[in-house]
Ligand binder design. Structure first.
Ligand code: SAM
Length: 213
């Protein structure tokens, strides 16, 4: 994701603390309370500019969506998109996904989405991949027993790596698609990267996996 310096980002975030939650660990085990309902909580990691989460929130008004995005200069764009959408079932968090266990309680989440995660192709960067086993351990803790991890990418190398990582971890693969757009899934909401890469003719891969809990 190309990141431009946005000097106004800090001020913008301070003015939108109802949407971009400044101290997310304060809401550990209390996210439904924050949303004011008992709807399931779905989390997207690496939300980028917010197209997916905004589209999903519109499609599923009875689900609470939380987007985690590391880059401040990117999350402000997502925040603008969410504000324009008027969707009240979205919150954003400017954090590293490494910290999900500080932010969410055990079993607090129903679904985690990883969309077009950075591939980190060099072996020495394996630990940074969001499907590395240390990340899976964190997801396992916060996902409820019927929870799912939904992973989409255009990157074949990362997809292959991730399937092996899920399998080595003992996860159950519930769906594997090597060409998602061939399925014409009417519920598929495209991310910014998905639009960009599929327009270039690249296949989109998707896997849905669950932990044995
Ligand atoms: N999901 C969007 C899409 O599909 O259009 C953006 C994809 S972009 C390649 C990956 C995004 O993940 C970037 O915005 C990056 O800042 C974010 N990211 C990478 N590592 C992260 C981490 N450890 N925690 C939270 N966000 C992360």
């Amino acid at each position: 994701m190309r990141q431009r310096n946005k000097p106004w980002a800090d001020t913008y975030l301070l003015e939108h603390t109802n949407l971009v939650i400044p101290n997310p660990s304060e809401y550990k085990n209390k996210w439904q309370e924050l949303f004011g309902n008992s709807n399931p909580v779905h989390v997207e990691i690496g939300t980028g500019k917010g197209q997916f989460i905004t589209g999903m929130a519109k499609q599923y008004p009875d689900i609470n969506f939380i987007g985690i995005e590391l880059a401040k200069s990117v999350i402000v764009t997502a925040a603008q998109k969410v504000t324009e959408s008027g969707q009240s079932n979205i919150r954003l968090i400017n954090e590293n996904a490494e910290n999900v266990m500080d932010i969410f309680g055990s079993n607090e989440i129903a679904t985690i989405y990883l969309n077009f995660s950075d591939p980190w192709p060099k072996n020495r960067h394996e630990k940074r991949r969001l499907t590395f086993h240390a990340f899976l351990k964190r997801y396992e803790d916060v996902l409820n027993p019927s929870g799912e991890l939904v992973f989409k990418t255009d990157n074949r190398g990362l997809f292959e790596y991730s399937l092996v990582s899920f399998s080595n971890y003992g996860m159950v693969l519930k769906e594997v698609s090597l060409d998602l757009h061939q399925l014409n899934d009417p519920e598929n909401i495209m991310t910014e990267y998905e639009e960009k890469f599929s327009a270039k003719g690249q296949q989109i891969y998707r896997c849905k996996a669950a932990f044995k809990k």
